[in-house]
Design a protein around this ligand. Structure first.
Ligand code: ZN
Length: 215
């Protein structure tokens, strides 16, 4: 079975792309209270939350950091991991984690940072997901994925790519020099481990959430 970590439907959070300009902190503070009130035990993770230095028309990185910071604290309160969108802002994310001495669990999806930033992030309870970018031999992704422990890995599809989730798994198995089945088993274990962070979520809940997109 293949699992697309970027496909969970049971998430709650404010994505940085939602923070359109002109940014009004007070409006978002009220909006955040509304989101917090809609939390239920069914929510598997807080996400997608994060930082994006490339996307146009959204709040400055300082404001993005503020909203992310609120949400990281909230994730700890409700005992949930976070799914993090992080574009050209790994060092900004690390700055926040360092300042908080953050103890929560996070997953950075479609990770495109350097080996050095992956190493620093691994000092936290951080997981990483890779997608069709793995097929591009001109990116640093190949060396980066090899620097990450296999029990911190996930994979994902991308709607803009023709590569299937299975293609992504196969490509990763080749890069990591692993048997395909061994990798599948490991990612399944990672999936249960990642979300069972909170002991009120059962394995069945987790598998059901991902069964729409797994094959
Ligand atoms: Zn994203």
């Amino acid at each position: 079975m293949f699992f697309d970590i970027h496909s969970s439907l049971r998430l709650l959070g404010i994505h940085p792309w939602e923070l359109k300009i002109p940014f009004d902190e007070q409006v978002w503070s009220i909006q955040f209270d509304v989101i917090k009130k809609s939390f239920s035990q069914k929510i598997l993770a807080i996400g997608e939350i994060g930082l994006d230095r490339r996307h146009n028309g959204i709040a400055s990185i300082n404001f993005q950091e503020k909203i992310l910071s609120w949400q990281l604290d909230w994730a700890l309160e409700v005992n949930r991991p976070t799914i993090v969108h992080c574009v050209k802002s790994e060092s900004d994310l690390l700055k926040i984690l360092n300042a908080k001495k953050y103890k929560g669990r996070l997953l950075i999806h479609d990770f495109n940072g350097t080996i050095a930033s992956a190493k620093s992030l691994l000092l936290y309870d951080c997981y990483f997901s890779f997608g069709p970018r793995l097929f591009d031999v001109h990116t640093k992704t190949h060396s980066v994925i090899k620097s990450i422990p296999i029990d911190r890995l996930f994979f994902e599809k991308n709607e803009h790519s023709t590569k299937s989730l299975e293609d992504v798994y196969n490509c990763a198995a080749k890069i990591l020099k692993l048997e395909k089945l061994q990798l599948e088993d490991q990612i399944f274990k990672n999936l249960l481990n990642f979300f069972s962070y909170s002991n009120d979520i059962s394995s069945t809940d987790i598998i059901n959430d991902f069964s729409n997109t797994s094959t």
